[in-house]
Write a protein that binds this ligand. Structure first.
Ligand SMILES: [Zn+2]
Length: 462
C-alpha cells in the first residue's frame, strides 16, 4: 500500500516542480515578445557611457571631504574645495561643460531655498538643488518631462557632524554620477520630450531638497511623467553582491491617492497598477530591450523595508517615481565614520564601489529616459466600458499627440508584468474577446519608429 502512495506523492511533486519553471518561462517568453525593438541611436548612446568618467566624478565628489547639507558653503571653503558648497559649484560647472560641448543645449539651473530648523537641521540652512534641462524639440511633447535624480549630500555616523569626513562614494556619489553621466551622453542627442538631470541636497536631513523641487514642479504645473531616483547604485563589492541586478522600488497604492481613488483601487484590485508601478515595469522592459548588464528587478514596495528616499517626494506630489538601488547594501559602508575596527573596514569610500556596475545602472537610466523622451504622450482618458454586463471588453481613449498607433496590453491579475500586447492601429477604441474580470488591461501609444509611451490602466466608464 505504501508504494502507490509514494509514487502518487512523487507524481504530485513532479507536477508541482515542473509547473513552477513553466510559469516563469511562459512569463519570460511573453514579456520578451512585447518588449519594443531597440533604437540604434539609444544603443549608441549607451555605449558612450563611461565607467572611467563615473569613477572620476565619484572620486571628485569624495574629494570635498564632506557634503553634509549642514557643512560649509562660504566662499573660502568653496575656494578650498571643502564642504557641500564646493560640491555644488563643481556639479554646476560640470553640467555647464556638457552644455558647452552641445552648443548650449542644456539650461543649467539652481533651485535654492532656506530650510527652517527641524529635527536634523539645527539652524536655518541654505539648500541648493542643481539641474540641467534638455528641452524637447517638439512644441507639444516638450511639455512632457522625464527626470533622473541622485542626492549629492553625504553623511557619516552622525547626521549633524558638519566637519567630519563623509565621503559618500556610494550614498550617493553613485546616483549623482548617474545623473551627470546621463546628461553628458544624452545631451548629444535630440528628443521630442524634455529631460531633466537633477542632483539634490538635504536627502540625509529629511528629503528636503527633493521635497522642495517636487513641490515647485507641482506648483508650476510641470508635467513630470517619470522620475528615476538613483540612491546607492554603487554595487558595493561585498562577496554577496549580485552585480547583474538593480532593484527598482515603486509605490503600490499611491501616496497621493484621493479617497475616491482609494475606493476604486480597493474595488477593482488596482493595488499593483499605480503610475509608479507602470514606470517600474517600463524600466524592466527597457532592460530587456537593451539587454542591460544590470537587469532591473521590480520590487513591489515603496522603498526598502521601513526606509525612504527622494522618489517619495515626487510620489507625494502625485508624480510617478521609482527608486533604483543595488541588489545588496553593505551597512558597514554607508552612514559610517571611516575607520577600521576588529579588522572590519567601515565607511563609504570609493574602493568599495564597482564603477562598471554604476555605468550599467546609468545605462538602464539613460535607456529609460531616452525611450520615454522619444515616445509620444500616453493616451489620455483611457476607459473600460461597463454600461452592460458582457464577457468582451471595450476600451476607449483620447488620441495622444505624436502617436502613430496604439497597443492594448494585458496580464493575468496575479502576474507581475504585462504578458500580452495587441496592436490596435491608430483608432481610439477597440473590443477584445477577453473578460475584464480575469485580466488587467492597459493602453500605450507608439510613434512611427516604435517608441512606446508609458501604459495607462483604464478607469471604468458606466
Ligand atoms: Zn542615500
Amino acid at each position: 500500500m505504501i508504494a502507490p502512495r509514494i509514487s502518487l506523492i512523487f507524481a504530485l511533486l513532479a507536477t508541482l516542480l515542473s509547473s513552477v519553471p513553466y510559469r516563469t518561462v511562459a512569463l519570460a517568453a511573453a514579456t520578451e515578445n512585447i518588449a519594443p525593438p531597440a533604437d540604434p541611436q539609444i544603443t549608441a548612446a549607451l555605449a558612450d557611457i563611461s565607467a572611467q568618467r563615473i569613477q572620476a566624478n565619484i572620486e571628485k565628489l569624495v574629494s570635498f571631504q564632506t557634503r553634509l547639507t549642514l557643512s560649509a558653503q562660504d566662499p573660502d571653503s568653496i575656494k578650498a574645495g571643502h564642504g557641500i558648497g564646493a560640491a555644488r559649484e563643481w556639479i554646476k560647472a560640470e553640467f555647464e561643460s556638457y552644455s558647452r560641448a552641445c552648443g548650449g543645449c542644456l539650461e543649467v539651473k539652481t533651485d535654492s531655498f532656506t530650510e527652517n530648523p527641524a529635527d536634523r537641521i539645527p539652524k536655518p540652512t541654505a539648500i541648493t538643488n542643481i539641474y540641467a534641462v534638455l528641452n524637447g524639440t517638439d512644441p507639444e511633447n516638450a511639455k512632457r518631462i522625464v527626470l533622473v535624480t541622485g542626492h549629492y549630500d553625504s553623511r557619516n555616523g552622525d547626521t549633524l557632524d558638519a566637519t567630519g569626513i563623509a565621503p559618500g562614494a556610494n550614498d550617493d556619489g553613485s546616483g549623482t554620477a548617474v545623473s551627470l553621466e546621463c546628461a553628458r551622453v544624452l545631451s548629444k542627442l535630440k528628443f521630442p520630450g524634455t529631460i531633466i538631470f537633477l542632483t539634490v541636497a538635504g536627502e540625509e536631513q529629511g528629503l528636503n531638497g527633493s521635497a522642495h523641487f517636487a513641490k515647485m514642479a507641482k506648483d508650476q504645473g510641470w508635467d513630470i511623467e517619470a522620475a528615476l531616483n538613483n540612491d546607492i547604485v554603487g554595487g558595493d563589492r561585498s562577496p554577496q553582491q549580485n552585480p547583474a541586478i538593480v532593484r527598482v522600488f515603486s509605490e503600490g497604492v499611491p501616496l497621493a491617492a484621493t479617497d475616491a481613488e482609494l475606493r476604486r483601487i480597493r474595488n477593482l484590485g488596482g493595488e499593483n497598477d499605480s503610475a509608479s508601478r507602470q514606470l517600474a515595469r517600463y524600466v524592466a522592459e527597457v532592460g530587456r530591450t537593451y539587454q542591460t548588464a544590470a537587469k532591473p528587478l521590480v520590487v513591489f514596495r515603496l522603498d526598502r523595508y521601513l526606509r525612504g528616499g527622494d522618489h517619495i517626494s515626487f510620489n507625494e506630489q502625485g508624480y510617478a517615481a521609482v527608486r533604483l538601488t543595488e541588489y545588496r547594501e553593505d551597512y558597514n559602508h554607508q552612514h559610517q565614520n571611516v575607520r577600521t575596527e576588529n579588522g572590519i573596514e567601515y565607511g563609504d569610500v570609493p574602493k568599495f564601489v564597482n564603477f562598471d556596475y554604476v555605468a550599467n545602472v546609468a545605462r538602464v537610466n539613460a535607456a529609460t529616459l531616452a525611450s520615454l523622451a522619444s515616445a509620444p504622450a500616453s493616451p489620455a482618458k483611457v476607459r473600460l466600458q461597463t454600461k452592460q454586463l458582457e464577457n468582451d471588453s471595450t476600451l476607449t481613449w483620447e488620441a495622444a499627440p505624436g502617436a502613430a498607433s496604439y497597443e492594448v496590453l494585458w496580464r493575468d491579475t496575479a502576474s507581475p508584468e504585462w504578458e500580452q500586447a495587441k496592436s490596435v492601429g491608430n483608432g481610439t477604441h477597440t473590443m477584445l474577446p477577453l473578460s475584464k474580470d480575469n485580466v488587467i488591461f492597459a493602453v500605450r501609444a507608439l510613434d512611427s519608429a516604435g517608441h512606446r509611451s508609458l501604459p495607462v490602466v483604464p478607469q471604468p466608464e458606466r
